[in-house]
Write a protein that binds this ligand. Structure first.
Ligand code: ATP
Ligand code: MG
Length: 405
């Protein structure tokens, strides 16, 4: 039987489905993909089931058609401002003087035993580090001698109903959501170098509806956040500022938009079609910049505040990596470097081998990361939550702690 894998990114502006086949030696090959615009989500959350189901079905159909296989189940990305990340820690007494797998299970249980409201679901339990007695910064404590084991973890939780709605849309489109994965975690897997995770890096995914942040240091997730702002706000600003329809504003933004006026000459002109039978106008590209720059500054200021507030801003030795469609905007990197006072690079799905040229873009990092996870065959590793099934998580804790580092 063929082993078909799939990653499904249901974003606020598009659905991207990737289909691959894994071989017995655990290598895998990308077979096909489908990308379809989607209007069923707002700020990363399903607001229109019908439209979302349609888009998922169309993207999956296209991926199936190009791959020549059927997709049964997929790793599905989840995002939205309802997602919360928090750090927690737990301490247990070590049984028998040497840390064993059971102690690890117990200490993770203790660390995750924070008050999580009933209407929220834990998506990921991400270990940061362990301490055995006074020895801190331990990555794999199994086999170490000691009497006290401490774990520091990062927990990602999501509002249950939002996850369920997304799951329902997938089911109705004929795809079983085998796992739900927090989108920036997937993007990070696709776009970051291991050295960046060690030295410290903030990956910022500026999509259509939200801006997602994930911070790594010493190889572990230190912070996650979702900001309810993204590229669709820019399109709205251009439409209002130039009094032009949204579709036209989107076109102008993509073709001529700039994140800062620093990167455009004084006399570049752009034609704006008139609304309601009016004559088209010529405007300076700098005017477009004047409309867009404040919004881009707002996005980066919010992101910067988030990094400062959570105390991770000083641990970003590798600076910032930008992904998501909005990062394609000309001048984004320059503006971000100015606002963060750090090196900034644009991220691409470099870690997924065999990505077609068309998909080597910052908006496909999430889908690539979701597929990488499906391919690694370690569903449940990195604390991946099985959709609707809690029991599995616990028994796998030891596995994934080992996997993770
Ligand atoms: N060349 C470009 N220049 C500027 N913006 C662009 C460009 N290409 C795409 N965008 C914008 O990127 C956004 C879509 O990005 P992306 O595909 O990463 O979002 P998404 O994953 O669908 O949404 P989200 O992650 O917020 O749920 C849209 O707002 C689109 O206008
Ligand atoms: Mg996205």
């Amino acid at each position: 039987m063929r082993n078909i894998l799939a990653g499904l990114d249901v974003g606020s502006s598009k659905v991207c489905a990737l289909a691959a086949e894994s071989a017995a030696d655990s290598s895998f090959a990308l077979l096909g993909y489908g990308v379809v615009p989607c209007t069923g989500l707002r700020k990363g959350v399903v607001v229109n089931i019908e439209a979302t189901v349609e888009a998922i079905r169309a993207a999956a159909d296209e991926a199936e058609r190009t791959a020549g296989v059927r997709i049964g189940a997929a790793v599905v990305g989840v995002a939205g401002a309802h997602i919360r990340g928090l750090n927690s820690h737990g301490i247990v007494a070590v049984r028998g003087g040497e840390v064993g797998a059971r102690d690890l299970d117990r200490v993770i249980d203790a660390a995750r035993a924070v008050a999580i409201p009933l209407d929220r679901q834990v998506l990921h339990i991400l270990p940061q580090q362990f301490a055995v007695d006074d020895q801190e910064g331990v990555r794999d404590p199994i086999g170490m001698a000691g009497v006290r084991l401490e774990a520091r973890i990062h927990l990602v939780t999501a509002a249950q109903s939002y996850g369920q709605n997304l799951g329902k849309c997938c089911e109705r489109a004929g795809i079983t959501p085998a796992e739900m994965m927090f989108e920036p975690l997937a993007s990070a897997d696709a776009a970051l170098f291991p050295e960046e995770r060690e030295l410290g890096v903030a990956l910022i995914d500026i999509g259509g509806g939200t801006t997602d942040i994930i911070v790594f240091h010493n190889g572990a997730v230190m912070h996650t956040a979702v900001l309810p702002i993204g590229g669709s706000h820019l399109t709205g600003d251009v439409a209002a500022g130039l009094r032009t329809p949204m579709t036209e504003a989107e076109r102008l933004k993509i073709n001529y938009g700039i994140a800062t006026n620093l990167v455009v000459g004084r006399d570049e002109m752009v034609q704006v079609p008139g609304v309601g039978g009016r004559e088209p106008r010529l405007i300076s590209r700098r005017l477009l910049g004047e409309i867009m720059e404040p919004r881009m500054e707002e996005i980066f200021a919010m992101a910067h505040r988030e990094l400062l507030r959570s105390g991770v801003a000083d641990s970003l030795g590798s600076g910032v990596v930008l992904v998501g469609g909005t990062s394609l905007l000309e001048g984004t990197q320059e503006l971000a470097e100015r606002m963060f006072s750090m090196p900034v690079r644009r991220g691409l799905p470099i870690n997924l081998k065999g990505m077609p040229e068309d998909l080597m873009k910052p908006m496909y990092t999430t889908a690539a990361g979701l597929l990488l996870h499906a391919a690694a065959g370690r569903a449940g590793s990195n604390g991946l939550a099985r959709f609707g099934r809690w029991g599995r998580l616990r028994s796998r804790v030891t596995d994934w702690v080992r996997d993770f580092f």
